[in-house]
Write a protein that binds this ligand. Structure first.
Ligand SMILES: Cc1cc2nc3c(=O)[nH]c(=O)nc-3n(C[C@H](O)[C@H](O)[C@H](O)COP(=O)(O)O)c2cc1C
Length: 365
């Protein structure tokens, strides 16, 4: 296989990328108390040969209370920690976006700052268990955000984006996927609101479009959005996924984005009755801007998708965990290393570096 597409340069927002390989955002839970650290700087800079790195999802508010040791950007005190990460990636020749995130109902009360209910579009609980400081528990029953609180969180996304700019990030990605707050507003299984943020498709996209506008004020054209149309993660559902996501993609055409990042359905989504089988084709039909395809790709399938014009770039998640030099390995067709799945997340008892920064580069690559 020759990789004439995967290794061709491309302009994304204002950045010139040397290849079309994106490192997909991956939560690794190594930020003690939310603070980025030197291990994270090492981890991301080891992967700087990606055309673009998108960081793990990062809290825009301390009410995004899903995971212990997920990183934060909800306060100025996080800026210097992230600056060390962006400096390390830039010194290694890379480019890096910060993924901005609120978990909404995917949270447990014991992790909320006031130990109160998690915040969501509507008082409808998500599905699944979370690791808390007190053990593993089902997500708590959330309460519905007031309209003022929704507008407050919109502003918090903008402030976090401004901090990202101060910290030297090349752009930000809004996490609109996988059953977290933005997705909870989009899909009608989790959004039963009767105000301007619920009901019609116009109302359900309002939160994301407000967030986008706040974030673009800080970051200009270097803003992307990640979506997982009709993802069933964390108990999500929608009565007409093609309706809401088709409408949203039409709106995003007007938004001057760096890219839309489309996650393909997981086997789990398909089992649960996923109705848009190939989301990148769906996105191509509705969205004319730069498209990143994601989900289950290897070098050959990524090259084929690019050659067929199905996407402009391809992102890889799991393949980057144990292969810091993934682009070189793909180019030289060196077999990929497998991650140790017990060490993917920084859990109590898991040392920080193990399964994180200790995967070697390939001598062959
Ligand atoms: C360990 C792990 C953590 C993840 N964390 C995030 C995250 O923080 N934000 C996000 O948008 N997606 C996250 N994802 C999803 C990936 O970005 C990607 O969409 C998914 O892994 C499919 O791509 P792949 O088949 O190349 O791994 C995560 C995936 C993995 C494996």
């Amino acid at each position: 296989m020759t990789f004439s597409n995967l290794f061709s340069p491309v302009k994304v927002g204002s950045l010139n990328l040397p290849n079309r390989i994106v490192m997909a955002p991956m939560t690794r839970l190594r930020a003690d108390g939310g603070m980025p650290n030197t291990h994270m700087a090492d981890y991301y800079s080891q992967r700087a040969s990606a055309g673009l790195i998108v960081t793990e999802c990062t809290m825009i508010s301390d009410t995004s209370a899903a995971y212990i040791n997920a990183p934060g950007m909800y306060d100025d005190r996080f800026v210097d920690g992230w600056r060390a990460v962006t400096d390390a990636v830039h010194e290694a020749g890379g480019r890096i976006y910060l993924q901005l995130w609120h978990s909404g109902r995917v949270a447990h009360s014991s992790m909320m700052p006031d130990r109160g209910p998690p915040l969501a579009p509507s008082a409808i609980a998500g599905d699944g268990d979370l690791h808390t400081y007190e053990g593993k528990y089902p997500m708590s029953q959330p309460r519905a955000l007031t309209g003022d609180e929704v507008r407050g969180l919109t502003k918090a996304f903008g402030k976090a984006a401004d901090r990202a700019r101060q910290a030297g990030f090349d752009g930000v990605e809004i996490h609109g996927a996988f059953g977290y707050l933005v997705d909870q507003f989009l899909q009608d299984g989790s959004n039963h609101r009767a105000d301007d943020y619920g009901g019609s498709v116009e109302n359900r996209v309002r939160f994301l479009l407000g967030v986008l506008s706040a974030v673009q004020q800080a970051m200009g054209q270097n803003v992307g959005v990640k979506l997982s149309p009709c993802s069933r993660a964390h108990g999500m559902s929608d009565s007409n996924p093609a309706g809401i996501f088709g409408f949203l993609l039409g709106q995003l055409n007007e938004a001057d984005l760096a890219y839309v990042h489309m996650m393909e359905p997981l086997p789990f989504d398909v089992e649960m009755g996923h109705t848009i089988p190939v989301t990148r084709s769906f996105a191509r039909a509705h969205y004319q801007g730069t498209l990143i395809a994601n989900g289950g790709f290897g070098a050959d399938s990524a090259e084929a998708a690019l050659a067929a014009g199905e996407a402009d770039l391809v992102s890889f998640g799991q393949n980057f965990i144990a292969n810091p030099d993934l682009p070189q390995r793909m180019l030289s067709q060196t077999p990929l290393a497998m991650p140790d799945f017990n060490l993917v997340y920084g859990m109590p008892g898991n040392p920080t570096e193990a399964g994180y920064t200790d995967y070697p580069r390939s001598a062959a690559a």
